[in-house]
Design a protein around this ligand. Sequence first.
Ligand SMILES: [Zn+2]
Length: 431
Amino acid sequence: MRKLFWLAGLVLISLLAFHFYPGEGEEIPMVNTSLIEEVQPPPDSTQAEEATAPAVIYGINLTRRLVIENKVKPNENLSSILSNYQVPFQEIDQLARKAEGVFDVRKINAHRNYKLICTEDSVAQFMIYEPNKIDYVVFDLNDSVNVYKGSKAVDTVETAITGTITTSLYEAMIEDGASPQLVDYVADIFGWQLDFTRLQKGDRYKIIYQQQMVEGELAEVGPVIGAEFIHEENPFYAVRFNQGNGPDYFDEKGHSLRKAFLKYPVKFTRISSRYSGKRFHPVLKRYRSHLGTDYAAPRGTPIRAAGDGIVTEARYHKGNGNYVKIRHNATYTTQYLHMSRIGKGVKSGAKVTQGQTIGYVGSTGLANGPHLCYRFWKNGKQVDAMKVSLPPSEPITMENKTSYDSVMIDMIDRLHQIEAQKDIYPVLAGE
Ligand SMILES: [Zn+2]
């Protein structure tokens, strides 16, 4: 009977798989995980034994204990949560001191999950806080007061998505089942090669990316490991590869897709003022030159260092408000104005890397609304950051060429094997 059940399950999977993906060859086997999950193995004797074993979560035995699951409410903190479960303030204080260097208890954020493991009389013995879907912090009040961190097991699933643009990249990808996070990834990767505001109807994309799964649930989208974008019938490729200083994206010739500078140092809603010799100043109410680009964005939006460099100024100035100036090399310097606040550790002499948060959008100084005023110097002269042509990042080096080429050829091969259709499905990692 059991054998029959299993056989039926297997036949069902193969029938459905075949039915959904009739065009696929044998080279890239497809597995629909959601179907497999529905076919549960029948309970047998070994599982029955497991069921009687004591339940353990986060390595903690739950026998004669209660588990209370909750989300942090606004204005709640370690102390207010634990004091509701009969933990004396003295012990909470001890716990907070033990946490130093392990986890900053001020970073317990509203809406995040936590669990309390209590005695049968609701006295908290453990609190487990989850700062994200992967990591957790255990506050142990059981024997000796202790704080330690852990991570849940993460399964990486490779997934492919493909589609055709009819309106915008965003609309197309969302319609094809992508998350906004994935659209951002793709827009970032091709940011220098493609102008996503000028895509043509009929442009196509194929993306292979990873999803990080925890306990069967999606915990994180990304990274993208390979992509093909056909714009006006010209293919653009992105292949993820690590040359030793972190993963980056390269094209089929081994050129970096990234410039030494970000195109936009902030995720903005609109450009409120462009670089110009003359403009009407909204606060000063007179004409004067505007030697920067203004990006309107909500207060608190992170501002990113456009390129690697050394901070030369990070302070308050009456006109600039809170601002940061970065010297990238002998040729390039950038400046970021009107921050609500300057990023932690960003001070004169500090080293920053491209994309690092250096501050947050605000309206300090002479500004009539939250925006970033971005200024750019080339060879000591202020220029329009939107128009200056920027140097590319380092290409694949000679010593990495052979290993990159084999990764790249394999990836482009896999991309070519994805049927150009509106669909989203897991693919097995290339072997
Ligand atoms: Zn400005």
